[in-house]
Design a protein around this ligand. Structure first.
Ligand SMILES: [Zn+2]
Ligand SMILES: [Zn+2]
Length: 317
């Protein structure tokens, strides 16, 4: 099958990979579209030391499954696959299973391929009114929703740092959950996605100097983002960290102690909530797609996604 393959930091298009064989309880899914995200770019730069097919944002059609009603369904899928027997898995927290695999990130080939496999239980039927291009955002949107699972944001003055896809989705999610949201980024064309919403979208030099917020989300994707976010967090406020990078980072823990800051690490969220958010029809997605490339041009798609200010790049099959 056709796929993009990552090995020792080198990304290449290949047409010689075997179609994966689903394990017990797993489905074989034909991928329709897959989104390139910053995590993929970081992985190509060495984060996670991954060898195989990357990609974890996808929409596809089930071709094989033992579960009745699943074959032929258009689906998205939770990317974390737990062992099913540890305490985390039994508690529905397979995100934190120590033996988990993660689609296209850890121990499991991902979505930049014609076919992938996932456990049946990870799959979610897509409603007909959601298009393929919108469904590609389900994973990052669920990750954005994760913030409001962890922090009660209603009425808070919130600052989202970073105008990448996750930042734009987090700002919209916080706003829907009744926070007063400012997003700060480096690219006017990305911030313009939020025109006409209640989110206050500003460039870095337009942010009021020294102003601090109850809740600050670092979605910059940059190593220095966490420190900047901490400097913008009010005493007794909450700092949510979304960025993962290939580089190690430092955070001034004295400030955390002195200002009694709650620091919240935040990763993946439940797809059911991402889906509910999409069905509200209030999240602006179509303006967020930059370009679509066929799988054969996968490495070019990665280049396009890595350009400063680029929106979501989608790979199609
Ligand atoms: Zn992603
Ligand atoms: Zn487990």
């Amino acid at each position: 099958m056709k796929a993009i393959y990552l090995s020792k930091g080198k990304l290449e298009y290949r047409s010689d990979l075997p179609v994966p064989v689903p394990g017990e309880g797993e489905a074989l899914i034909r991928v329709l579209k897959a989104g390139v995200c910053r995590t993929d770019l970081e992985m190509a730069a060495g984060y996670m030391d991954f060898t195989g097919v990357p990609g974890h944002e996808f929409v596809g059609v089930v071709e094989k499954s033992a579960t009745p009603g699943l074959v032929g369904a258009r689906v998205v899928g939770d990317i974390n696959c737990g062992c099913g027997i540890c305490a985390f898995c039994k508690n529905g927290e397979q995100n934190h299973c120590p033996d988990r695999t993660v689609l296209g990130i850890k121990g499991r080939d991902g979505a930049f391929a014609e076919y992938l496999t996932l456990p049946d239980g990870n799959l979610h039927h897509l409603p007909d009114n959601l298009g393929d291009a919108e469904a590609v955002f389900m994973e990052p949107l669920s990750a954005a929703y994760r913030i409001v699972e962890q922090v009660v944001v209603r009425g808070m003055g919130a600052l989202v740092l970073g105008d990448g896809n996750l930042g734009l989705l987090a700002a919209q999610t916080l706003e829907i959950m009744k926070a007063n949201v400012t997003i700060c980024g480096r690219h006017r064309r990305r911030l313009d996605v939020l025109d006409g919403t209640r989110v206050n979208a500003v460039l870095e030099d337009e942010l009021i100097p020294g102003k601090q917020y109850d809740l600050v989300v670092d979605a910059t994707g940059r190593p220095e983002g966490a420190a900047t976010a901490l400097s913008r967090t009010k005493p007794r406020g909450t700092l949510v960290l979304k960025t993962t990078t290939a580089l190690k980072r430092e955070l001034d823990l004295n400030t955390v102690v002195i200002n009694e800051i709650s620091v919240v690490g935040s990763r993946c969220g439940p797809f059911v909530h991402g889906m509910a958010l999409l069905e509200l029809g209030q999240i602006r997605l179509s303006a967020m797609v930059e370009a679509e490339f066929p799988i054969e041009e996968g490495p070019t798609a990665f280049e396009a996604a890595g350009k400063p200010g680029a929106m979501k790049v989608v790979i199609s099959f």
